[in-house]
Design a protein around this ligand. Structure first.
Ligand code: GAL
Length: 658
């Protein structure tokens, strides 16, 4: 099977989405000149080119793309070629309105933007397949082609009649009989029993709260329906070019796609990351998405898009300050990226994204964006041969699962403030601040190679996952589990006792009486720390050790954190410093150290293969102790025992000790 290695060939891919159809052809020459100057070795072509290639149904205009493919090849720039199926042209919606998605309330999502297709529409799928077929046939064997990029950020949702029919087929496959479906959905509640399959609908706009099991299945179905669109196109291109790797770019920590299931269908796992440059924890966010994507890829991954400067979809869009783009790019490489790419090469002058930055901004080749692009290109070229393909070893796994996310994010839950992604981020931050190398894993994965596993919050755990966790601890693993976990089974049925009995036994929880979510501005005092967001009225079993109790409020005197052997349960969300110290203790007990001890605040150390990356997330000058002699691959200089890092500074060190 082809892999990222085939596209990368010992370098780091550097480049981005290139949309030359927005520019007169005389600009293309300028583009390649500047790309060469900046060390760009890869461009992604065609992402939104459907209307250009197929201006009317069945037409094919490939001449411009032929010229571009040749131009890129002539300059030694590889092409990640996209199937342009994310944005059907207006003719499709005008002639085939049934391809347009319908919202929950039945209203039509019109063309005039992008991504307006119903994933279940046979007409859309037919046109997409035909175009993909011709694109693949035409460019199979073209020497510029390095990778296929299917569609773009699959994210559409649709509630139309075609979707309803498709949803029913999916449900029949899953449940076999209506009785099984009625049972799984708990339709005895509120008189929701289905008497025939045709009565079943996607969960459309309703009078009051919807059936949560139906909503959960619809999320599973939507991820699967989109995945069918992806695999259909993937199979076409793979038939024409079995040696060219295939990817589709994920959105980061995005609830719409089960990325574990999707990544199993990709040769290359790629993601788009847009941390907020104003967020003081933007670096941690970038690290978390990198860790997650590397885990999905089980090795090197591709950063398919990021912004050189500002985005244009936050309420206020400031650019990245000088140096931050470089720092976060090197951070992605440290955490396993073998491709550092952008949306987009040249900033648009027209259209909805004309205020979104590019590697080459409106200021042109004398602007800061391009100056920074050039510098980064040279640096990635310098470190590429040493880093490309290398692995990152982690001793801790954070468990993350879409079923649990989907099931937990429902109406009528104990707290609307509980945000799954934020909880994951809070726990990852504690590990990141401790300098602990961290992977992500799904709850059913083989966890044996991780001395420590943490579960920030998995509301739904199926039986196999629970057995897996119990076996992991029995086999010597250390498990730390956050609140409101193991509550529901695979059908979102609450487990007897409010939490699975095997897990209560594992953690030494005698009785789980009640959940006590907290208000946004509320905190609960515990021994030595404050808990936020959530608390639980628990009774410890006799064989449990209570590590911390609640100190105030209704739960005063009851256990907040308890532990039995190697299994620890945390019934609240400890403030960051407290979670950091709790996880730090467990990680130390497991014999795992930080990547590098004694780092100044704000400096991150990551080991990738034989290289040590030092990444400074703050602005003041610091000195980092790095015992021994090293070569800094970014500067070519020798570093002995210590190195000074300035604002957003970075070093990539290779030991030169004999
Ligand atoms: C991504 C998308 C790109 C561009 C970018 C802007 O979601 O794939 O096409 O829109 O966002 O940040």
């Amino acid at each position: 099977m082809p892999s990222l290695r085939d596209a990368v060939r010992g370098r780091i891919l550097f480049g981005g989405d290139y949309n030359p159809e927005q520019w007169p052809e005389e600009v293309w020459g300028d583009d390649v000149r500047l790309m060469k100057e900046a060390g760009v070795n890869s461009v992604t072509l065609g992402v939104f080119s459907w209307a250009k290639i197929e201006p009317r149904p069945g037409a094919r205009e490939f001449g411009w793309l032929d010229r571009l493919m040749d131009l890129m090849h002539g300059h030694g720039i590889g092409v990640v070629l996209a199937t342009p199926t994310a944005s059907p042209p207006p003719w499709m919606g005008a002639r085939h309105p049934e391809t347009l998605p319908r919202a929950e309330d039945g209203s039509i999502i019109w063309y005039g933007s992008r991504q307006q297709f119903c994933p279940s529409s046979p007409v859309y799928r037919r046109y997409a397949a035909a175009l993909t077929e011709d694109l693949a046939a035409r460019y199979a064997g073209h020497p510029a082609l390095t990778m296929w990029h299917i569609n773009n950020e699959y994210c559409t949702h649709c509630w139309c009649d075609e979707t309803a029919a498709h949803f029913r087929r999916w449900l029949r496959e899953r449940y076999g009989t209506l009785d099984a479906l009625n049972e799984a959905w708990g339709t005895a509640f509120w008189s929701q029993r289905y008497d025939t399959w045709t009565e079943i609908l996607p969960p459309r706009k309703a009078q009051y709260m919807k059936n949560p099991a139906q909503v959960l299945d619809f999320k599973r179905f939507t991820s699967d329906a989109l995945l069918e669109c992806y695999t259909a196109e993937r199979d076409i291109v793979a038939r024409h070019t079995p040696d060219i790797p295939v990817t589709t770019n994920f959105m980061p920590l995005w609830s719409g796609q089960d990325a574990w299931a999707w990544s199993a269908e990709e040769d290359v796992v790629s993601v788009d990351i847009y941390p907020d440059p104003r967020d003081p924890w933007g670096g941690q966010y970038n690290a978390m998405i990198a860790d997650m994507t590397r885990s999905q890829a089980a090795g090197p991954w591709a950063l398919m898009e990021q912004a050189a400067g500002s985005v244009n979809w936050r309420p206020v869009n400031q650019p990245k300050p000088e140096g931050l783009n470089r720092l976060w790019s090197l951070q992605s490489v440290a955490r396993g990226a073998d491709a550092v790419c952008y949306f987009q090469w040249r900033q648009s002058r027209q259209g909805a994204e004309k205020f979104h930055s590019g590697m080459l901004g409106h200021a042109g080749e004398h602007g800061r964006a391009f100056r920074e692009t050039r510098r980064l290109g040279a640096e990635l070229a310098a470190i590429g041969p040493a880093v490309s393909g290398a692995g990152v070893d982690a001793g801790v796994a954070v468990l993350h699962d879409w079923d649990a996310w989907w099931a937990g994010a429902q109406e009528g839950s104990p707290s609307a403030l509980l945000d799954y992604a934020e909880v994951i981020r809070h726990w990852h931050r504690a590990l990141w601040e401790n300098g602990t190398a961290t992977d992500f894993a799904r709850p059913g994965a083989d966890l044996g190679r991780y001395p420590v596993v943490v579960v920030p919050h998995l509301y739904l755990l199926d039986d196999a996952a629970i057995d897996n966790l119990v076996a992991y601890v029995r086999g010597g693993g250390r498990l730390v589990c956050g609140f409101f976990s193991g509550v529901a089974d695979r059908d979102d049925r609450i487990r007897p006792g409010g939490m699975d009995a095997r897990l209560r036994e594992l953690f030494g929880i005698g009785v789980l009486h009640e959940w006590w979510p907290l208000e946004a501005d509320e905190a609960v005092e515990c021994d030595g720390f404050r808990g936020t967001l959530w608390s639980e009225e628990l009774e410890a079993a006799e064989d449990a050790e209570v590590l911390a109790t609640y100190r105030d409020g209704e739960l005063a005197g009851l256990p907040a954190v308890l532990r039995k052997g190697r299994a620890t349960y945390v019934s609240t969300l400890p403030e960051p410093a407290a979670l950091r110290s709790l996880l730090g203790d467990v990680v130390r007990e497991a014999g795992l150290g930080p990547v590098l001890a004694g780092l100044p605040e704000g400096v991150e150390a990551v080991r990738r293969g034989e290289l040590l990356f030092l990444l400074h997330h703050r602005r003041e000058m610091v000195t980092v102790a790095v015992p021994g002699a090293h070569e800094d691959l970014l500067t070519g200089r020798t570093v002995v025992d210590r190195i000074a890092l300035g604002r957003y500074g970075a070093a990539v060190l290779r030991s030169t000790a004999p």
